[in-house]
Design a protein around this ligand. Structure first.
Ligand SMILES: [Zn+2]
Length: 161
């Protein structure tokens, strides 16, 4: 009899705490703003140079990219996911041979990671939407931001205004 009462108490406690009666305070949401593709899919969509830079963190040679000397007005989009990343109004001639910007088009479009490869300590800049490698940011840019976003042309697509 005692066992039965215990079992009954246990059962009522158990059902009281079962997931059905818990408050729904843990809602798992999928982030639909991200673009996630397989390497095979990216390889199909991107040129070999774009793939090497964006997906394999490659770097184009200084003064070899198509945008370091581009002075037209417009928007630079991510070559992979087409997010607006940089504006010509923040582009400046840094003399480094890569397109250089004082700030991103929108602060929420880039992610930053400490990068200690090649014996240097740098801050890698990636596209927040697709995770594509863009380049690095340094704190030797012109005022007011004093930042130099040193970005590979190969990770960008320029859309003229
Ligand atoms: Zn992107």
């Amino acid at each position: 009899m005692k066992m039965l009462v215990c079992a009954a108490i246990f059962l009522s406690l158990y059902t009281a705490c079962s997931p059905d009666t818990l408050p729904q305070n843990k809602i798992v949401s999928m982030d639909t703003t991200k673009v996630v593709k397989t390497n095979a899919e990216w390889k199909k969509e991107l040129s070999p140079e774009q793939y090497r830079i964006l997906r394999e963190k490659g770097t184009e040679g200084a003064f070899t990219g198509i945008y370091w000397d581009n002075h037209a007005n417009g928007i630079y989009k991510c070559a992979a996911c087409k997010t607006d990343l940089f504006s010509s109004s923040e582009k400046f001639d840094s003399g480094c041979g890569w397109p250089s910007f004082t700030m991103p088009f929108d602060s929420s479009t880039c992610d930053y990671t400490r990068d200690k490869t090649y014996g240097m300590e740098r801050t890698e800049v990636t596209c927040r939407t697709c995770g594509g490698h863009l380049g690095h940011v340094f704190d030797d840019g012109p005022p007011p931001t004093n930042q130099r976003y040193c970005i590979n042309s190969g990770s960008l697509i320029f859309v003229k205004e």
